[in-house]
Each structure stands twice: as C-alpha cells, then as structure tokens.
Design a binder for this molecule. Structure first.
Ligand SMILES: C=C(CC[C@@H](C)[C@H]1CC[C@H]2C3=CC[C@H]4[C@H](C)[C@@H](O)CC[C@]4(C)[C@H]3CC[C@]12C)C(C)C
Ligand SMILES: C[S@@+](CC[C@H](N)C(=O)[O-])C[C@H]1O[C@@H](n2cnc3c(N)ncnc32)[C@H](O)[C@@H]1O
Length: 357
C-alpha cells in the first residue's frame, strides 16, 4: 500500500471515529466547559478554588472528556512505559497486569478498582488473573460505557463497574481481598481521604497498589517554569493540586497502611521508552492536528455539541504540558506505591501456622 493510500485510510478511520464521537456524546456543552474553566484559580500554584466542589467538578470533567479519551486513546485512561519490541497496546496491558501480580490476584479473589474509568484496566486484570473486579467511578456515563464493553467482551461475570464516590464508598468494611488505583486518586482533595476509605474496605493483611500522579524529587516549587507546568497539568486533567511522592507515601502511612514499596515506574527501567512517548508520537505524526481539524469540522457543522472544540483545545494544550513535565523529569504519572493493611490477630495466627508448615 502506498503512503498516500495509508494517509487516506487513516483520515477515513479518524473521520469514522469522529462521527462515532459526535453520535454518542450527549453531555459536552459549552456551559459545562465554561463552568469548569472558571473553577480554577489564575494564581500560580493555587489549583481549584472551591475545594468543596472538587468531586462535582471531576464528574463534570469526565462528562466532557470521556468520549474524546475513548476516541483518541482507548479504554484505558492512563499512561504506560513503552516496552522494547512491544506496541502501545501490549505495553499498556503489561503495565496493568503488573498490578494483578503484585496483588497476588487469582480466581476467587475480590478486588477493588478505585477510579475505574470505562474499565480498560479492570478487563485486563480480571481476565489475566481470574479475580473478580468491582470498579468505582464518580461518573455515570463511564459506568454505562464500562457495562457496554464488559457485555460485548463476555466479561460481566468478572467485572462490575459501579457509580459512587471513592471518598465515601458504598461498600461494607473489610470485604475486598485487594485494591488498586490507576492514575485516579490524584483527583481527591486529600489523599488521606481516599486512602482511608480503601483501608476501611480491605480485609486485614491485604494489599493496595496505586500508580500515583506526583511531583518528583526534581520538582522545585520556587521555579516558576515547574509551577506553570504543574498548573497546566492540574487544569487540563481535573486535579485539585499536585502532590509530591513523599506526601503520597506519608498519606498512606497516616491512615494505617504499611508501605511495602515505593518506586517511580517512569524511571525504573533502563530499557523502556518514556510514558509520554505516545503523546509525542501523536503530535509528531500530526494525528493531533488531524483530530483538531475533524473536531473543528463536526463542531462547525453542529454535528458535535457546542463546546467540544474548547474541550479538545484544552486537551491539545495539556498534552504539551504533560510532555514537558515528563521531559523535564519534574512530573510522573506512575509512581507506584504498594501498601499493606496490617494483619489482624486472626490473620497473624494463620500466617504463623502457614510459616511452620
Ligand atoms: C490519568 C488521567 C488521564 C491520562 C490520559 C489518559 C489523558 C491525559 C491527556 C489526554 C489526551 C491529550 C490529547 C488528546 C488529543 C488532543 C485528542 O485529539 C485525542 C485524545 C488525546 C490524545 C487525550 C487522550 C487521553 C490523555 C492522554 C488524568 C485525567 C488524571
Ligand atoms: C484518569 S481516570 C483513570 C481510570 C482508570 N483507572 C484507567 O486507568 O482507565 C480517573 C478515574 O477516577 C475517577 N474518579 C475521580 N474522582 C473520583 C471520586 N471522587 N469517586 C470515584 N471515582 C472518581 C474518575 O471518574 C475516573 O474514572
């Protein structure tokens, strides 16, 4: 196939996907976007102004971006390091499956996905491990999409998305054997609040793994360029503020977890390509520009709801800030924290007996 044919095919494919996007999206409205934009302070480093409204705002954020994410990225709303010889899809699955292994998941286990999106990771983790995964997301529309994909793929018996607030979870205490969060707890005003809830719903002796969005040790809060990058990342991703990885470690310990491991996956492997490589590739291959033109056309023709263009522009801008955060080394979306809820007396006796055998 010649390169012109290839270009034709990718434009046709992008157009088909754009038509799909405008057909499905009922919620993107200019009013919602304007309200969202107004809720961020213009003062450097200040983030969301009224923190009591953060959860509501995050829900609005996902009404605005969920279709565009699925359209332009896929069903897993997170980054992954690129593994040598693997494409992005396999690298993404490996990044997700790592959690199943860390959490020692297997058939019969009940696991919680904290901030599950439309369920891409949940489906990988349930199907690789055989464990049952319950997901929680604040956004109704994501539950609808999650249920749709689970049915389509025959995974309803192992994957169950639910709508709810992870700061006040609709689950009994001590019911899950394991929990994970992928690039989701960053939306909480205080990490202690979400970690505290995870601690409550986990059985004693079980593990919680999280890929956290953090400011790295290279972040300097007195450097205006670093602060600008973080402000742009916060605004374009619906975050109240950015935490350092040390703050995240401390938050987990504060609610009672033991810290088992803390490692930045962004820099852990000497051979993996950078997590922001896919964004750079989308930009350099001009796919982002193609998307921009398509969104412009469907907006001008009033096929897409008014406001989708603004949302897309926000994402174009934040894709640059994310790459800058990655290249400068001041930001990581994948600082892995592995916590353990201490064993209760019953579990302690059990593991002592197991050690003796
Ligand atoms: C964890 C979070 C989301 C992480 C990523 C999944 C998303 C962050 C930025 C998003 C994107 C930026 C550019 C978009 C592009 C302009 C558009 O044409 C197609 C979709 C994008 C590539 C989009 C895809 C998802 C992201 C990479 C946060 C919210 C905590
Ligand atoms: C960037 S997405 C990541 C989704 C998923 N972990 C993945 O990797 O595909 C963040 C998720 O956190 C969820 N979230 C944010 N704040 C929440 C809250 N207070 N309660 C429940 N879910 C929340 C969002 O609805 C969204 O599903």
């Amino acid at each position: 196939m010649g390169s012109l044919d290839k270009l034709n095919d990718s434009i046709k494919d992008a157009w088909d996907r754009a038509a799909e996007l405008s057909k499905d999206n009922k919620t993107v409205v200019k009013k919602e976007f304007d309200e969202y934009a107004k809720s961020y302070s213009t003062d450097a480093g200040a983030g969301i102004i009224e923190r009591s409204k953060t959860t509501e705002l995050v829900d609005t954020f996902y009404n605005l971006v969920t279709d565009i994410y699925e359209w332009g990225w896929g069903q897993s709303f997170h980054f992954s390091p690129r593994l040598p010889g693997k494409d992005w899809a396999s690298s993404e699955s490996a990044h997700e499956a790592r959690l199943a292994a860390l959490l020692k998941l297997g058939p019969g286990k009940k696991c919680l996905d904290v901030g599950c999106g439309v369920g891409g990771p949940m489906r990988t983790i349930a199907s690789t491990s055989g464990a049952h995964v319950t997901g929680i997301t604040i956004n109704d529309y994501q539950v609808e999409r999650g249920v749709y994909h689970n049915k389509r793929l025959g995974l309803e018996s192992l994957c169950q998305p639910t709508q709810g607030n992870f700061l006040k979870m609709p689950f009994e205490s001590e019911v899950f054997d394991a929990a994970y969060a992928i690039e989701a707890t960053c939306h909480a005003n205080k990490l202690e609040e979400v970690y505290g809830e995870v601690f409550r719903v986990l059985k004693p002796g079980s593990y919680f793994a999280s890929y956290e969005w953090v400011a790295t040790k290279d972040y300097d809060p007195s450097n205006p360029e670093h602060v600008r990058i973080m402000d742009e990342i916060n605004f374009g991703n619906g975050l109240p503020e950015m935490r350092t990885y040390k703050e995240a470690e401390a938050a987990g310990k504060h609610v009672g977890f033991e810290l088992v491991n803390s490692i930045d996956i962004a820099t852990a492997s000497p051979v993996a390509g950078p997590w922001y490589g896919r964004l750079k590739w989308l930009r350099d291959s001009h796919l982002i520009s193609v998307n921009r033109v398509l969104v412009n056309i469907v907006s001008a023709l009033h096929i897409a709801p008014n406001g989708m263009y603004d949302v897309h522009e926000m994402l174009v801008k934040v894709s640059l800030s994310l790459v800058q955060g990655g290249e400068s080394g001041v930001f990581s979306p994948m600082h892995l924290l592995l916590f353990k809820k201490p064993e209760g007396e019953v579990e302690k006796q059990k593991s002592k007996r197991a050690d003796k055998v």
